[in-house]
Design a protein around this ligand. Structure first.
Ligand code: CA
Length: 527
């Protein structure tokens, strides 16, 4: 499989886009849409104001009830849990016990029950694995501080006699490296004992706790060499070996990495060092275009993504827990949020949603304000998240951006997300299909062709707040033939068939006479 992907990647490089995106036999994760959950903020089962694992169990039916015949659930098929380990920080990204479950969140048994209940509904579970650094309160670091070089854990960290640039912190006359923060000392992966320890931790979560994979935090920062802090060859090599270990322990397990960098850098990690990586450039393009921008803001990063990764092996999203929420960037405009959702959920790759995005939950930095409690209702201060006092105040906009207000409204953002997830689930071409960018002669019209051997779906989105009538689409070379029968599988209107050219594409094609403001459409072209 990996060799096949590598060959396909080479073909992508050599053959150009038309020759390239042969999907082949994609992994299971290409049929999934993941949902990122900050456990502290999702649902509080016991009224202490802090979200917990049992709370997630109670809300699993909201995410996916496991019954394909119902349309009342969101329909996601994977969840990514932000760190569940014990940590002194509210966010959990500084771990004190990699084998433990944060007691504020629940117990190991709660975790196992969550995994079992998720699996019963067809939801895969991946967890954040914070591998770059530990908490300064981790027993390893405490031992290193207390005993110095005599500690068996001293060489688990990176020490120097004097600071050598940024990221160095003094303690007891010695300096240690902690890229992000003094209380997040970097682990020393030049020490094979550290690598062995992390291998054991990964195996524990895969086998004892039953997870389906990991989201690898800060993956580009693992090994600093010769002044190279990010993306060192040693980091890529370490991850390649770690990835092989994960697959050896649990065949089919997924690693998705946070490599916050341009596509050309991220692509170096996939598929050997990581199975998938988040596509930050494409995410920025989606949000910018949905904000009233131009289709070229997607064309450029999408083209790079299609050329740079093995087919489908990247993870598009809108924003994550480190970024201002999409709904805030879009200034609370529901129509623009619907456009962003349509762009994301018709895209190639493995889409990730951030909790609350589906109801237009807002949030602007600082970080705790982009991670506030899920607005289940519009009733402040608990928002249906807790019966007690919530750990954080609600963010503005919850009066309309909440589940209860939108649940029964067919025009709501929530039901738009539900329908888009069902569309993606019903259409293999959206999940696994190849992708060709379709040129529009109007900057506010975005279009791609998603296709398999069996079907072709033309995605058309009006990024603007005005109706568009005077537009045409052009696909120089494509997979079409003859006179395809056309039907609309998403959106409303009367759809017109293209005249297919000798190269399987089309020119001067206007599939609908008018695109409504912020309208999204998916046209099925029979092959
Ligand atoms: Ca609780």
């Amino acid at each position: 499989m990996r060799t096949l992907l590598a060959i396909l990647a080479l073909l992508v490089t050599l053959g150009g886009p038309a020759a390239a995106q042969r999907a082949g036999d994609l992994p299971w994760w290409n049929d999934r849409v993941f949902y990122e959950i900050f456990v502290r903020s999702f649902y509080d089962s016991d009224g202490d104001g802090v979200g917990d694992l049992r709370g997630i169990i109670e809300k699993l039916d909201y995410l996916n009830d496991g019954d394909p015949s119902t349309a009342t659930d969101l329909g996601v098929t994977g969840i990514w849990l932000m760190p569940v380990n014990p940590s002194p920080s509210y966010h959990g990204y500084d771990v004190t016990d990699y084998y433990g479950v944060n007691p504020e969140y629940g117990t190991a048994d709660d975790f196992r029950e969550l995994v079992a209940e998720a699996h019963r509904r067809g939801i895969a579970v991946i967890v954040d694995l914070v591998i770059n650094h530990t908490s300064s309160q981790h027993p390893w670091f405490q031992s290193a501080l207390a005993d110095g070089p005599a500690s068996p854990y001293y060489d688990y960290y990176v020490w120097a006699d004097a600071p050598a640039g940024g990221g160095w912190h003094e303690r007891n006359g010695r300096y240690y490296y902690g890229y992000f923060w003094s209380e997040m000392p970097d682990l020393n992966y030049n020490n094979p004992d550290v690598t062995a320890a992390m291998y054991d931790i990964a195996a524990f979560w895969l086998t004892e706790m039953g997870v389906d994979g990991f989201r690898l935090d800060a993956a580009k920062y693992l090994i600093e060499t010769r002044g190279k802090i990010e993306n060192s060859d040693e980091t890529l090599a370490w991850l390649a070996a770690f990835n092989a270990h994960v697959h050896a322990v649990k065949p089919g397990a997924l690693t998705v990495g946070e490599v916050w960098a341009p596509t050309s850098v991220v692509a170096r990690y996939v598929p050997d060092s990581l199975d998938l990586a988040f596509e930050f450039n494409l995410a920025e393009g989606f949000v910018a275009a949905a904000g009233g921008g131009s289709a070229v803001q997607i064309k450029v990063p999408l083209g790079r993504a299609l050329r740079s990764y093995p087919p489908g092996q990247f993870a598009p999203f809108l924003t994550n827990h480190d970024q201002n929420r999409a709904a805030s960037v879009l200034r609370g405009d529901v129509d623009k949020a619907k456009v962003a959702a349509a762009l994301l959920l018709t895209a190639p790759g493995v889409p990730f949603l951030y909790y609350g995005e589906e109801v237009g939950m807002q949030g602007m930095k600082p970080d705790p304000r982009i991670r506030t409690p899920m607005p289940w209702t519009g009733s402040a201060p608990g928002l249906g998240f807790t019966a007690g006092a919530p750990w954080a105040e609600p963010y503005a906009g919850y009066e309309t951006a909440n589940v209860a207000a939108q649940d029964g409204d067919p025009d709501s953002l929530l039901n738009h997300y539900r329908a888009l997830l069902r569309l993606r689930s019903a259409q293999p071409a959206l999940r696994r299909g190849d992708t060709l960018y379709v040129e529009a002669d109007v900057r506010s019209v975005y279009s791609v062709l998603r296709f398999t051997d069996d079907e072709a779906l033309l995605v058309v989105v009006n990024l603007s707040g005005a109706p568009v009538t005077d537009y045409t689409l052009k696909l120089e070379n494509g997979p079409l033939a003859g006179a395809p029968a056309v039907s609309l599988v998403w959106g409303a209107g009367e759809v017109i068939a293209p005249t297919v050219n000798a190269a399987g594409g089309f020119d001067a094609y206007r599939p609908l006479a008018a695109l409504v403001p912020h309208g999204s459409y998916v046209v099925r072209l029979a092959r």
